[in-house]
Design a binder for this molecule. Structure first.
Ligand SMILES: CC(C)(COP(=O)(O)OP(=O)(O)OC[C@H]1O[C@@H](n2cnc3c(N)ncnc32)[C@H](O)[C@@H]1OP(=O)(O)O)[C@@H](O)C(=O)NCCC(=O)NCCS
Length: 250
């Protein structure tokens, strides 16, 4: 939970970029360039870019009020959230801010009707993977040789959000594991959902779609929602069975 006295969140502006670029370069082996950041700030209507700075009560790190602590950047594309970038300055790490920024992204997404969050992370970035797993993201698959400098696979992770914003995975990750184990239909639906997600991701990367491709995209979005609804129904039924089996809690 972000306390506004210690951390101030605000939309990233061009005037933030010198500090943001310094943190980006300190955080990644293949950092985004100024041009890439400007592209997100100026030319991308789906993008939400947020910086975190030390609030008036300080952040307990000796960093001056107003110092950049970190940033999170994400796209809200219809019912999907793509987490694009997340970094926390080295002096402020392991105090919960990275998780809070990712949670902030999910909460903004949820307000905008997002149903699925998706991200790519270097397979060797165990800190970030642990952070995302802690929030309820699940590992989906590896995208081979996705990154350069050094060449490395990307781990694709997803997070499902229930209708109305209640998070399915956050509530009880164990129930999803149970669903995978006990329902072959759930597993098939999950695979289908992932396949549709990848197809949609490919279409979303394109700057121009033909009318036919636009239609295809709508069909994929519709199928994805339907698939997700079926998955949610299976999870609901499992939860209900579990409650019936264990009886009401005291
Ligand atoms: C990844 C990063 C954003 C984490 O930020 P942070 O503020 O330190 O993260 P948090 O304090 O919220 O950590 C939340 C959880 O993530 C995991 N985690 C974070 N850093 C970790 C580390 N160095 N090693 C192992 N687990 C780690 C832990 O499970 C942690 O919970 P815990 O502290 O209760 O054990 C930060 O290390 C960073 O900026 N790294 C470089 C950029 C980067 O890799 N970004 C992610 C790109 S996908």
């Amino acid at each position: 939970m972000i306390d506004a006295r210690t951390v101030i969140l605000s939309p990233m502006q061009e005037r933030d970029l010198d500090e943001v670029l310094a943190l980006e370069q300190a955080s990644f082996t293949e950092p985004w360039t100024r041009k890439m950041f400007l592209g997100e700030l100026q030319g991308n209507t789906f993008a939400v870019n947020v910086v975190a700075r030390v609030g008036e009560a300080g952040y307990g790190t000796g960093l001056a009020v107003g110092t950049l602590l970190g940033y999170v950047m994400f796209w809200v594309v219809f019912e999907e959230l793509h987490l694009m970038n997340l970094a926390v300055c080295p002096e402020a790490r392991r105090r919960g801010l990275g998780a809070d920024l990712a949670r902030h992204a999910l909460s903004v997404g949820s307000e905008h009707g997002v149903r699925t969050a998706l991200l790519e992370v270097r397979a060797s970035n165990l800190a970030a993977i642990a952070l995302y797993e802690g929030l309820g993201f699940a590992k989906k698959c590896l995208r081979k040789g996705y990154y350069d400098h050094p060449r490395e696979d990307a781990m694709i992770m997803t997070f499902l959000i229930e209708k109305g914003g209640a998070t399915m995975l956050n509530e009880d990750p164990a129930i999803l594991e149970l669903a995978r184990r006990e329902s072959s239909e759930f597993k098939t639906l999950e695979d289908t959902h992932h396949r549709l997600e990848v197809q949609l991701g490919e279409l979303n990367k394109r700057h121009f779609l033909t009318a036919e491709e636009e239609q295809q995209k709508k069909r994929i979005q519709f199928d994805k929602l339907a698939t997700r609804d079926k998955m949610a129904a299976i999870v609901r039924a499992l939860k209900q069975n579990r409650t019936l089996a264990t009886g009401p809690s005291a």
